[in-house]
Design a protein around this ligand. Structure first.
Ligand code: TNX
Length: 544
């Protein structure tokens, strides 16, 4: 049996005979405590389906043709945190003649069930009978969003949060600084965030707080990253005293741009970054960056990572950093984010794009030695017993050029310019057909925390490009991130994907209309109903 729900639930039982004739219009909840959650559900249902629900009421059970949320445990709510027990989002969902019932011991579980309800209500007619039990395999299901190479304004970030919620992600990792720009207000360092001709292209701390709150309402934790000690070109342009030598040679792709270990201001910057992120981030994790400090002395790199990690821990935070941070002596509580999987991607990684600026000779030499060392990070993560979040370039980076043509002529014409030009064209199936359990054999499976997609924006020319890179690749990564094994069968998955086009259309996404999928659009106001009309009582899902 196939199901259009993405990611595929742990267990689904279709009850073909109990089709609800009506689309629900009312929503109830077992306790007043659920009102904020149910209000967010109503908002998000409107976003993705255009449907309106009456204001929620407290009730002891479902009302006919209504949606009912039951919190089965009235103990105190635990703080939102990736990798907590609640982060698996366990819940049950039943659709029968009484209506739609979502049950969970946690609010987070109810929110994940609500995402399934939104997917079920995408069709024009009432949802069919179904019995679902679901929970995530991985407690870290993230998207790393580069708001630097192309600024992503607040409103767009919130739309991306909506998308993450729809596909049961629980982490938004914000990449806030890089060679090109610095996108977060930092008190005491005003030159980092100048106004540009395009206006103000950075987040004030108040705006950052608004993103954090909006995400938290959807049980998504923001993990901020100010990338140090490499990738600091923007900081060096604003404050050359952070490294007078590197500040002189910031042109071209992949510049050597590191904080200088000898510059006292470098350490002040690290401390101010740490303090600001800690003060404005309620979530338990801060990302220390740490990647691609090309040309930097290894001990100096380690010194910065150790100082940042120590300062964050002293302030009560947990740390994650790109895989290169595994070289520091920071204990096994640290999470290393693995990304350099050139082993799987030998062909494309070194693809020189036509017309690209030449990479400076010294940058190239520094890169070659950097990636030689990176090849040993996986083994290091395993040996040190660190946890790992998996973002393999070949399967989790959504900024790769599209391999499929688009059925939309405009999109197809723009295709060659979209995606980081150093990667080969990549089909949607590449984001589905991998298993997080196979990525890092040197790391104990119990130490694998989960999966994170990454959207880097070097090739992004406007909002439509962001849409076309994320969609429909993100749901494929969601499938891998939510499931231990999942539905990694492209011909089956694409049937489910095809059904989601109506949601993306309604949500206003300029998603990439790859010609490898028979998209089902809403034609003349009617779209197909839910389910494939398979045999009733079929049992499916990951558990079967
Ligand atoms: C590598 S991923 C980078 C980024 C680029 C990206 C392009 C990582 C830790 N570093 O700076 O934007 O490739 O896909």
């Amino acid at each position: 049996m196939s199901s259009p729900i993405i990611p595929l639930p742990d267990s689904i039982q279709e009850a073909g005979g109990t089709v609800s004739a009506q689309v629900p219009t009312s929503v109830t909840m077992s306790t007043e405590r659920l009102r904020p959650l149910v209000d967010v559900f109503r908002t998000d249902l409107r976003t993705w389906t255009g449907r309106e629900l009456d204001p929620p009421r407290v009730a002891s059970s479902a009302v006919p043709a209504g949606i009912h949320f039951t919190l089965t445990d009235d103990g105190p709510a635990t703080p939102l945190a990736p990798l907590s027990a609640a982060s698996l989002g366990e819940h049950a969902l039943t659709v029968d003649e009484r209506g739609v019932l979502v049950e969970s011991a946690t609010e987070e579980g109810l929110a994940r069930g609500a995402a399934t309800v939104i997917q079920l209500l995408r069709a024009q007619d009432g949802p069919r009978g179904v019995r679902i039990h679901d929970r995530a395999h991985w407690g870290w299901r993230g998207l790393s969003l580069d708001v630097v190479r192309s600024f992503v304004p607040l409103e767009r970030v919130l739309r991306i949060v909506d998308l993450l919620a729809l596909y049961k992600f629980n982490v938004l990792h914000l990449h806030l600084s890089d060679n090109e720009a610095w996108r977060l207000e930092l008190p005491g360092w005003p030159r980092l965030t100048p106004d540009t001709e395009a206006g103000r292209e950075y987040f004030t701390l108040a705006e950052y707080g608004a993103i954090v709150r909006y995400a938290a309402e959807r049980f998504i934790t923001v993990v901020p990253e100010i990338d140090l000690p490499g990738h600091v070109g923007a900081a060096l342009r604003a404050y050359p005293e952070l490294n007078p030598i590197d500040a002189e040679r910031l042109e071209g792709p992949f510049p050597i741009a590191n904080l200088s270990v000898d510059a006292p201001r470098s350490w002040a910057l690290v401390d101010d970054v740490v303090r600001t992120l800690v003060d404005h981030t309620p979530g338990p994790f801060i990302h220390v960056g740490g990647d691609e400090a090309f040309g930097m002395d290894g001990d100096a790199h380690i010194a910065f990572v150790e100082r940042a990690v120590a300062a964050l821990r002293a302030a009560g935070k947990k740390t994650i950093g790109w895989q290169e941070t595994s070289r520091a002596d920071i204990g096994s509580e640290h999470i290393a984010q693995y990304w350099v999987d050139f082993r799987i991607d030998d062909e494309g990684a070194e693809r020189e794009p036509s017309g690209a600026d030449a990479i400076a000779e010294e940058s190239l030499a520094a890169m070659v030695s950097h990636f030689a060392e990176a090849a040993r990070d996986g083994e290091r993560i395993g040996r040190k017993g660190m946890q790992a979040v998996l973002s393999p370039i070949s399967h989790a980076y959504v900024d790769r050029p599209h391999a499929e043509a688009s059925v939309d002529a405009g999109q197809d014409a723009a295709r060659s310019g979209l995606g980081f030009a150093y990667y080969p064209p990549t089909p949607i199936s590449a984001y589905l057909e991998w298993d997080a359990r196979d990525v890092l054999p040197a790391v104990d499976l119990a130490k694998v925390a989960g999966v994170e997609a990454a959207l880097w924006c070097e090739s992004v020319r406007g909002p439509a490009d962001i849409d076309a890179l994320l969609m429909p690749r993100l749901p494929a990564v969601a499938e891998v991130a939510w499931a231990g094994s999942g539905r990694r069968d492209w011909p089956v998955f694409r049937n489910a994907l095809a059904e989601h086009a109506v949601l993306w259309d309604e949500g206003g996404w300029a998603w990439y209309q790859a010609d490898s999928v028979a998209w089902r659009r809403r034609i003349g106001g009617a779209s197909a109903g839910l389910g494939e009309g398979g045999a009733s009582s079929a049992v499916a899902g990951r558990a079967s």
